[in-house]
Design a protein around this ligand. Structure first.
Ligand SMILES: [Zn+2]
Length: 305
C-alpha cells in the first residue's frame, strides 16, 4: 500500500485517472490524491520526470526517498524491482572504472619488490600501475570486478544481518538495551539493499571526470563521503530509526568494506593508499584534498582558473 510522502500516512492510491486518452507523463487526465491526514498531495513525484528525481535525490530530500522506496520500488513479495537490478549493475560497472582509475595512481607498498626496479628504470616513483600493467587487460578487469563485487557484498551483508536480529531474542539486561539503542530491527533485507543502492546514485557523479580533468583521489574521497551521507539518510528514512542508528549501520558496513578491499589489495601486493593521503575515506590529508578538489571544481565551473 502506498504512503503519503509528506507524513507517511497510508493512502489507497496516489492518483486517479479520469481520462484514458491522455498520457500520465504529461500530467493530463490525472488527479493527484490529497492526503487525508496532512491535506497535501500524497505523492507529487508521480508526475515528475527522472531528472527532477535525481536532483532531489542528491539534495537528500526525504520525500523523494519515500516516493522511491515505498511508492515506486517497494514490493510486497520481498523481491528486487527490475529497475533496481539494472541500477545495481550500472553502479557496479561504474565502480569498477572509478576504483581502477583510483587504485592505479596509488604508490606501491614500500616492501614491494617491483618498487625499486620500476623507480630505477623509469626515474619516477612507482605506482600500482607498474604492477598492474604487467598483467593482461582482461585479468586486470576481472580483478577489479572481483574487488568491487566483494566490497559491495561486504557493505550490504552486515547491514542486512544486523537488522535481522530480533532484540527480543537477546538475553535481558544492559546488552539488549545497548543493542536496541544502536541497531534497529528491520527483518526485510530487500528494501534495505534497495535503499542502499538508490542512495549510492551519487557515485555516478564522477562522470564529470570525462569533461573536467581534476585530482582523482580527492574527488573520489569527496564522492565517497557524499555517498555515505546519502546512505545514512536513506536508511533513516526507510526505517524511521533516527540518524544515530542509521549511522552505526552504515559505519559498520563501510568499515568492513574498506577492510575487505584493503585485504584483497594487500593480498596481490598492491598499495592501498593508507597513510599517504590517498585513502578512500580516511585521514585529514584526504579531507583537505576534498576541499581543494571542490574549490578547484567550483573555480572551473565558474570559468576562472
Ligand atoms: Zn500526508
Amino acid at each position: 500500500m502506498p504512503i503519503c510522502i509528506e507524513c507517511r500516512c497510508r493512502v489507497k492510491t496516489l492518483y486517479t485517472t479520469y481520462s484514458k486518452a491522455d498520457d500520465r507523463a504529461l500530467g493530463k487526465g490525472v488527479r493527484l490524491t490529497q492526503c487525508p491526514n496532512c491535506k497535501r498531495f500524497a505523492d507529487k513525484y508521480v508526475e515528475h520526470d527522472f531528472v527532477v528525481l535525481f536532483i532531489d535525490l542528491v539534495l537528500i530530500k526525504p520525500q523523494v526517498y519515500r516516493h522511491l522506496l515505498f511508492n515506486r520500488l517497494g514490493r510486497d513479495d520481498d523481491k528486487f524491482d527490475r529497475s533496481i537490478v539494472r541500477l545495481g549493475v550500472l553502479l557496479l560497472l561504474f565502480d569498477v572504472y572509478l576504483t581502477w582509475a583510483r587504485i592505479e595512481k596509488l604508490s606501491l607498498p614500500l616492501t614491494s619488490p617491483h618498487r625499486l626496479t620500476y623507480s630505477l628504470s623509469n626515474h619516477e616513483p612507482a605506482t600500482n600501475a607498474a604492477l598492474l600493467e604487467a598483467q593482461p587487460l582482461v585479468l586486470q578487469y576481472l580483478f577489479f570486478l572481483l574487488l568491487v563485487v566483494s566490497s559491495t557484498l561486504a557493505f550490504h551483508l552486515p547491514i542486512r544481518l544486523l537488522c535481522s536480529i530480533n532484540p527480543a531474542r537477546i538475553r535481558k539486561g544492559w546488552g539488549r538495551k545497548v543493542w536496541r539503542r544502536l541497531i534497529p530491527y528491520y527483518p526485510h533485507p530487500t528494501p534495505l539493499s534497495t535503499a542502499l543502492l538508490v542512495s549510492s546514485c551519487t557515485k555516478l557523479f564522477p562522470i564529470l571526470l570525462i569533461i573536467w580533468e581534476y585530482d582523482l583521489p580527492s574527488s573520489a574521497t569527496a564522492v565517497s563521503w557524499a555517498v555515505i551521507v546519502n546512505n545514512i539518510a536513506a536508511l533513516e528514512i526507510l526505517m524511521d530509526c533516527g540518524y544515530l542508528r542509521a549511522g552505526v549501520l552504515v559505519g559498520v558496513g563501510a568499515g568492513l568494506r574498506t577492510a575487505i578491499a584493503n585485504f584483497v589489495l594487500k593480498g596481490v601486493g598492491l598499495g592501498t593508499g593508507w597513510g599517504d593521503g590517498t585513502a578512500g575515506l580516511g585521514d585529514v590529508d584526504s579531507l583537505v584534498g576534498v576541499w581543494r578538489a571542490v574549490s578547484s571544481w567550483v573555480g572551473k565551473v565558474m570559468g576562472k582558473r
